[in-house]
Design a protein around this ligand. Structure first.
Ligand code: HMG
Ligand code: MG
Length: 298
C-alpha cells in the first residue's frame, strides 16, 4: 500500500446525524451520502441498526441503506450493537458492519445498557455470525482516553477490549476519543500501549473535537504510523449517550491538513465542501469546520 495514503472513514451520516434531535427526512440523508460518494471517499458509514427507542434518528436505517446509490469501490459500513441489528444489516445487504464497545464502564452502561464484559460477549456472538455471512467487521472502542462518567481512562482498559476485538476477527479497530478530551500526551500514551498488542495497520483514530484538540490528536496517531482516520463532514456529530460530546474532526479540516502534509486521500476538497454545504443548508447551521467556512465564503 502507498505509504503516504491516508484512508478516511467518513462517519457524518451516522455519528454526525445520530445526535440531532429533530427528525431529518430520509431523502436528505440519502442526498448527503450520494454527494459524499462523489468526493473520492472510499469508506462512508451510512447508518446504524441500533434500537430506534434509543436513537430515533436512525430508525430509517433500512430505507437509507436501500436508497443510496452504491458505488463499486466504496465501502458502506453500518453500525450494529447486537444480533438483532446484525440480522437487519444482513437482510438489507450490508457488506461491512461496525461493532462497538467502550473502554469505560460508565459509558458502556449509558450507551448500550450493559457492562464491558457483557458487551464483549455480545460482540463476540455478533462477529461470529457476521463472519459466517462473510461480512467485513470493523470495531470501535469508545472513551479510549476519557469518559464523561468515569473520568480518565487507563490505557490498560483500552488494551483489554482491543485484544478481544482483534482476536474475534475485526480487520481494524477505531480508537475513539468520544468526548474530545484527549491531548497530545494522553493520546500518545494510549497509542503506545495499544501498539504493543496491535500493529498500526490494524488501528484507526476517531477524534471528537470538543476541546479543539482533534487535529493534534490525529497528527499524533499519524506519527505513530496509523493511516486510517475517521472524520465527519462539516464536523457534525456526537454520541447522544455521552454527555458533552460534540462533533468529530471535520473531514474538510482533516483533508486540508493531510494534503498540506503531502499525504494522499483521493478526496476532492471542493466536492467535499459542496456536500458540506448541502447538509449545512438543510440544518440551517454553519459548519463546525474552519476549512468549510473559509471555502464557503470564497
Ligand atoms: P436495551 O434496552 O438494553 O435492550 O438496549 P433490549 O434488548 O431490551 O431492547 C429494547 C428494545 O429495542 C426492544 O424493543 C428491542 O426489540 C429493540 P421492545 O421489545 O421494547 O419493543 N431493539 C432493537 N431494535 C432494532 N434494532 C436493534 C435492536 N436492539 C434492540 N438492533 C441496545 C440495548 C444495545 C439495543 C441499546 O442500548 C442501543 O441501541 N444502544 C445504541 C446507542 C447508540 O446508538 N449510541 C451511539 C452509537 S456509539 C457512538 O456514537 C460512539 C462511536 O462513534 C465511537 C466514539 O465516538 O467513541 C462509535
Ligand atoms: Mg463517535
Amino acid at each position: 500500500r502507498n505509504k503516504s495514503f491516508v484512508r478516511i472513514v467518513e462517519v457524518g451520516a451516522r455519528d454526525g446525524l445520530q445526535n440531532i434531535p429533530t427528525n431529518i427526512p430520509t431523502a436528505v440523508k440519502v442526498g448527503l451520502i450520494n454527494r459524499l460518494s462523489e468526493t473520492g471517499l472510499k469508506s462512508i458509514e451510512v447508518t446504524s441498526f441500533v434500537s430506534p427507542k434509543w436513537v430515533p434518528q436512525m430508525a430509517d436505517n433500512t430505507r437509507v441503506f436501500q436508497e443510496i446509490i452504491k458505488k463499486k469501490l466504496i465501502s458502506y459500513p453500518v453500525l450494529v450493537p447486537n444480533l438483532k441489528g446484525l440480522e437487519e444489516a444482513i437482510k438489507v445487504g450490508a457488506k461491512e458492519i461496525a461493532v462497538f464497545l467502550s473502554a469505560s464502564e460508565g459509558l458502556s452502561r449509558k450507551n448500550i445498557n450493559c457492562t464491558i464484559d457483557e458487551s464483549i460477549v455480545t460482540v463476540k456472538t455478533v462477529i461470529t455470525k457476521a463472519k459466517e455471512s462473510n461480512l467485513k467487521i470493523r470495531g470501535y472502542i469508545s472513551c479510549t482516553v476519557g469518559c464523561p462518567y468515569d473520568g480518565y481512562i487507563k490505557p490498560a482498559s483500552v488494551v483489554k477490549v482491543a485484544e478481544a476485538l482483534l482476536s474475534y476477527g475485526c480487520y481494524e479497530i477505531s480508537l475513539g476519543d468520544t468526548i474530545g478530551v484527549g491531548t497530545r500526551i494522553s493520546v500518545e500514551k494510549m497509542l503506545d500501549e495499544v501498539l504493543i498488542i496491535a500493529s498500526p495497520d490494524k488501528l484507526a483514530i476517531h477524534c471528537h473535537d470538543t476541546y479543539g484538540q482533534a487535529l493534534v490528536n490525529v497528527y499524533t496517531a499519524l506519527e505513530k504510523g496509523l493511516t486510517v482516520v475517521d472524520s465527519s463532514v462539516t464536523g457534525l456529530g456526537g454520541c447522544p449517550y455521552a454527555k458533552g460530546a460534540t462533533g468529530n474532526v471535520a473531514t474538510g479540516d482533516l483533508v486540508y491538513m493531510l494534503h498540506g502534509l503531502g499525504a494522499e486521500t483521493g478526496v476532492d476538497l471542493n466536492k467535499l465542501i459542496e456536500a458540506g454545504r448541502f447538509i449545512s443548508d438543510y440544518l440551517e447551521r454553519p459548519p463546525a469546520s474552519r476549512v468549510n467556512n473559509a471555502m464557503f465564503s470564497k
